[in-house]
Design a protein around this ligand. Structure first.
Ligand SMILES: [Ca+2]
Ligand SMILES: [Ca+2]
Length: 230
């Protein structure tokens, strides 16, 4: 009896270690789309706030968005400030930020700056100021990279990799020069499923910065927003 119980404890511990190795994501906010721009470094990233579902909010103060290189030469590293707009971001909000150092190369349908969260859309230049501290935006890799979003205490919120640089899930095909990728799923459940990611040209008809990525995807986002609108 005693031996059996010890065996069970051992099996449970082994399971916990295996889960830890998989870098569990909180998915309170998901990386929802990103683009490489028309050329150069006209890059942008779109996050979707999911929280715990419709009507919930997330505190993004102190969070970090970075790529594989991070603070090293060639990387992207952006920190969310303590600005009040980040304290209670409502589920269904799309947060789009872009490389302000190469604005002319953003895609032609890229939305205007939008600092008011009441319409569930924020569009911000990635610059050091009220909303962010930008350590570096040297560029997202054109032949593969990984993107991660980290909460203030450092836990992984969401990650992805393209052309498989790091093992972050999902591992989607390369998103190269002039291309963009977006999640077309209908809930948070599929966000790590590469089959639910579409890679296309970062241009009208191929990417959707600040907009849902498919009709089904729109229905999910509207559901997230619905509780706050009632
Ligand atoms: Ca790039
Ligand atoms: Ca992920």
């Amino acid at each position: 009896m005693r031996t059996k119980r010890l065996w069970l404890v051992g099996a449970l511990l082994a399971g916990a270690v295996a889960l830890g190795a998989a870098q569990e994501e909180t998915l309170q906010v998901v990386i929802h789309a990103f683009g490489q721009g028309q050329a150069g470094n006209g890059e942008w990233v779109e996050l979707l706030v999911v929280g715990t579902g419709p009507g919930s909010t997330v505190d993004l103060r102190g969070w970090v968005f970075r790529d594989h290189q991070g603070l090293d030469r060639g990387g992207v590293y952006l920190t969310f400030t303590d600005h009040p707009v980040w304290a209670e971001v409502r589920a269904g909000t799309l947060i789009v930020f872009y490389n302000a150092g190469d604005r002319p190369n953003l895609p032609p349908h890229f939305p205007d700056d939008d600092l008011a969260p009441d319409d569930f859309l924020l569009v911000l230049p990635a610059v050091t100021g009220d909303h962010f501290v930008l350590a570096q935006w040297a560029g997202l890799g054109n032949t593969g990279d990984s993107l991660v979003l980290l909460a203030a205490e450092g836990q992984l919120v969401d990650g992805l990799s393209y052309a498989d640089r790091s093992g972050q899930l999902p591992q989607i095909p390369n998103v190269g020069r002039g291309q963009a990728a977006g999640y077309v799923g209908t809930s948070v459940v599929g966000v790590n499923d590469p089959a639910l990611w579409v890679v296309g040209r970062d241009a009208p008809g191929g990417s959707n910065p600040g907009e849902p990525n498919s009709e089904e995807n729109r229905a999910w986002i509207e559901r997230l927003r619905s509780a706050a609108q009632e």
